[in-house]
Design a protein around this ligand. Sequence first.
Ligand SMILES: NC(=O)c1ccc[n+]([C@@H]2O[C@H](COP(=O)([O-])OP(=O)(O)OC[C@H]3O[C@@H](n4cnc5c(N)ncnc54)[C@H](O)[C@@H]3O)[C@@H](O)[C@H]2O)c1
Length: 391
Amino acid sequence: MAYERLQQFGRKIRWGMVGGGFDSLIGECHRMAARVDNAFDLVAGCMSIDPEIAVSSAAKCLVAPARTYTDFRKMAEAESRRPDGVEVVTIATPPNSHMAIAEAFMSHGISVICEKPMTSTVEDALRLQALTDEFGGLFMVTHCYTGYPMVREARALVQAGAIGRVRQIECDFVNGSFLTEEEDRKKRHWRFRPEYMGEEAILGELGAHCYDLAAFVSGRYPVQVSANMTTLTPLRETADDAHVTLRYADGSLGRMWLTFTAAGLDHGLSFRIAGEAGTLSWSQVKPDELKLSRAGTYPELRSPGHPDLMTTAGAYACRLREGHPEGYILAFANLYRDFAETFMANALGEAPHHLAQYPHLESGLETMRFYEAAAASRQHDGNWVAIGTET
Ligand SMILES: NC(=O)c1ccc[n+]([C@@H]2O[C@H](COP(=O)([O-])OP(=O)(O)OC[C@H]3O[C@@H](n4cnc5c(N)ncnc54)[C@H](O)[C@@H]3O)[C@@H](O)[C@H]2O)c1
């Protein structure tokens, strides 16, 4: 979003948060991302399930006591009654609560920025789609890795035909952050407690990112999935390792390896997308390096900050000059920037910048279709299951 748009809008967007308090992992990333372009003002929050932490988190963020809440439904009602109530709310709570929170705010006409996985079921995702259509607001799902300059560059290169027709898609999230499990069930993280998102929660925690990223770059969704999953960590009750094969409508195959148990690997998100003429490779631990390997010549290593060499979509996502590393928060901030640009342009009755793009509700809905189909496949010993995407 250009400063001109902010100036034209004349003020920041009145923004609230549900979850994302100082007892959370991801909350501060949202706040940092929202600050980058100066477009959001955090004016209200119900920031934790723990009332004391909800109050102390809001106080730390300078949210007024009168607009600090310990119940998200009361927040939605009270804010919708104020002439200066929140216009957008970020939901950064565990996934099984996203639906109820989104519904509470959207039914009052408040736009939503929602963490992934968007909901617990396809049915809920479809309900949110209908609600969004009804009130005409915006819904973003924070598939945050799509904000990296080199990920947007990869997508634009595929669209421009740089690797020819896409034939193979591989995306891995081989994480090594959760190698042991708590003895005491109550101390286990919700990610590993089946009552939150089922035994297949890994499909939402890691799979949603991979699935969305592969689709974002390649421009295609698969039609069938076969998932084999297992639990490698003693005491754990949910699957923590998944091998997923995907079939596309033209018969080509894709693959994803999702795991929390890759000892020594801190993050582990990467993709390789091969076409008839070349292959694109990217890894989030070196996000400024996009490798474009074309048949018959040496590979090129593309990097951000070169507007004359990059695609316009890739250049639009860069914040810094060449040689200055872009990072996770700036990638996350690109989602917030593009959402703000669209929100403000809509309010002004204008078209948003043609390069502004953020993950719409539909990208969250597609990950839920994948989630349900892959979970069903796992329950049937890895049989192929139709994903149900409308192509
Ligand atoms: N985009 C990413 O890269 C990324 C990274 C990590 C987590 N996530 C997603 O973000 C979401 C939150 O994950 P996390 O790791 O931060 O979880 P967390 O358990 O660390 O934090 C959850 C937060 O929500 C609060 N909360 C829970 N229920 C609430 C309610 N009813 N009302 C108000 N607050 C409530 C908790 O108190 C806490 O502040 C999940 O959907 C997760 O998948 C996304």
